[in-house]
Design a protein around this ligand. Structure first.
Ligand code: PHE
Length: 362
C-alpha cells in the first residue's frame, strides 16, 4: 500500500462512520479489538520503510478522530445498541389460561359444593357392571343401545368372590371382572359412590368426568364431559330434585332462569325425566317481539336426564330401597356451558380444536 492509498482508506473510514445508522454499535465496530481501525493499522508493515513514519502519524491521528466522533455520537444517539428507550411500551410475556371447559367444571363444582355436595371422580375405563349392569341394565338389555359404547378389548377376568361384609365391593362377583368399556356416562359413579360410603346415606355426590361415545358432529364429540348428581337419604322426593335443578339454573345461567322436567325413560331411574332450562334470550317465551326466538325456537333448551333412583340401583349399591330414596341427574358439561348467555358457540368441536384464536377469547 502507498501513502496516498492509505489516505483514501482513512477518508473512507471517517465518512463511513459519520453515515452510520443510529442503532449501530459504532464503538465495537470501529474501535473494538477486531474493529475497522485495527484492521487498517495492520497495513503498516506492508508500507515502504521510508513511508512508515508518516503512515504511523496518520494512523494515530485517525484514531483520535474516530474516538472523538464516536464519543460525540454516544452523547447524542446513546451508547452502542445497548441503550434502552425507557418510554417504550413493554412486551407482555405470553401467559396461558384455564380451558373454558375446565372453567365450567370448576364453576359447576363450586355451585354444588356450596349446598353440601362432594366432588368425586371415578375411572374412565370401567367395568360393564358399573356403567350398565348395576344400573338395572342386564347383559343384552336393549336400553344399552342408546349409548354408543366403545368396548375395551381386555380378557374377561371374572372370578367368584366370597361375600365380605367389610368390603361391600366384593358383594358383586362381576365387580372384579367382566367386560370393560370407556364410560359412556357419569352414571357409573352412582353405585361406586354408594360403595365408597359403605352403603350408608346420606349421599350428596357431584361426579364430573370424561365420557366417550361413538359420535361426532356439531353438537357431539367422541370425548366429552358429564356431571352427575346423586342424592340418597330418607324421605328424598321429586321436589328435592326440582329444587336442586332450579338452584343450578339460577346459579349457572343467572337469576330468572327456570328448570322444567318432562316424563322420559331411563332404566336406572323411576320415574325418569328430561330436563330443560328456560332460554335466557326470550326468558322461556319462545318469542322475541313478534318473531320466534332463534336461539331456542321453543323457549327451552333440553340439557339432560334425571329421575328418582331405581330401587334395583340402590340394591346394587347395598342400600335398602324400603328405607332410603334418592334422585339423580346427569348431562354434558359442553352443552351446559355453550348455552351460557353471550357465548353462542354453535359447534362444540371448536372447544377441542386447539385453535388459540378461539380459545383465547375465554
Ligand atoms: N346417564 C344419563 C345419560 O347419559 C343421564 C341420567 C343421569 C339420567 C342420571 C338419569 C339420571 O343420558
Amino acid at each position: 500500500m502507498t501513502i496516498s492509498e492509505l489516505q483514501t482508506a482513512i477518508q473512507d473510514l471517517v465518512q463511513q462512520l459519520t453515515a452510520e445508522a443510529p442503532g449501530v454499535d459504532v464503538r465495537t465496530k470501529y474501535l473494538g479489538k477486531k474493529g475497522l481501525f485495527n484492521q487498517l493499522a495492520r497495513v503498516l508493515p506492508s508500507l515502504a520503510p521510508e513511508d512508515r513514519k508518516t503512515a504511523g502519524q496518520l494512523i494515530n491521528e485517525v484514531r483520535t478522530q474516530l474516538e472523538a466522533t464516536v464519543l460525540e455520537r454516544e452523547k447524542t444517539v446513546g451508547a452502542s445498541t445497548n441503550w434502552v428507550d425507557v418510554t417504550m411500551p413493554g412486551k407482555k410475556p405470553a401467559v396461558g389460561h384455564v380451558h373454558p371447559i375446565s372453567q365450567a367444571m370448576a364453576e359447576i363444582t363450586r355451585i354444588f359444593e356450596k349446598v353440601g355436595f362432594t366432588r368425586v371422580r371415578y375411572p374412565e375405563v370401567d367395568w360393564d357392571w358399573y356403567v350398565f349392569e348395576s344400573l338395572n341394565m342386564p347383559p343384552d338389555h336393549p336400553a344399552r343401545d342408546e349409548w354408543e359404547t366403545f368396548f375395551v378389548d381386555v380378557p374377561d377376568t371374572t372370578k367368584p368372590v366370597e361375600y365380605d361384609a367389610n368390603n361391600p365391593r366384593k358383594r358383586h362377583p362381576s365387580l372384579v371382572g367382566g367386560k370393560m368399556v370407556l364410560t359412556t356416562h357419569t352414571s357409573n359413579g352412582q353405585v361406586r359412590e354408594m360403595e365408597r360410603l359403605n352403603s350408608t346415606p346420606p349421599i350428596r355426590m357431584i361426579n364430573i368426568a370424561r365420557c366417550y361415545r361413538r359420535q361426532q358432529d356439531a353438537t357431539h364429540t367422541q370425548m366429552f364431559h358429564q356431571f352427575e348428581g346423586l342424592v340418597v337419604d330418607k324421605g328424598i322426593t321429586i321436589q328435592h330434585l326440582k329444587g336442586t335443578l332450579d338452584y343450578f339454573a339460577r346459579e349457572f345461567y343467572g337469576p330468572g332462569t327456570k328448570s322444567r322436567i318432562r316424563p322420559f325413560h331411563f332404566q336406572f331411574t323411576e320415574p325418569s325425566f328430561e330436563v330443560d332450562f328456560s332460554c335466557h334470550i326470550c326468558m322461556g317465551t319462545g318469542k322475541v317481539g313478534e318473531n320466534k326466538c332463534k336461539f331456542c325456537k321453543s323457549g327451552w333448551h333440553e340439557v339432560g336426564g334425571a329421575g328418582m333412583v331405581h330401587p334395583n340401583v340402590l340394591k346394587a349399591g347395598g342400600i335398602d330401597p324400603e328405607e332410603y330414596t334418592g334422585f339423580a341427574f346427569g348431562w354434558g358439561v359442553e352443552r351446559t356451558y355453550t348455552l351460557k348467555p353471550g357465548l353462542h358457540i354453535d359447534d362444540i368441536r371448536l372447544l377441542y380444536s386447539g385453535d388459540m384464536r378461539f380459545l383465547e377469547q375465554f
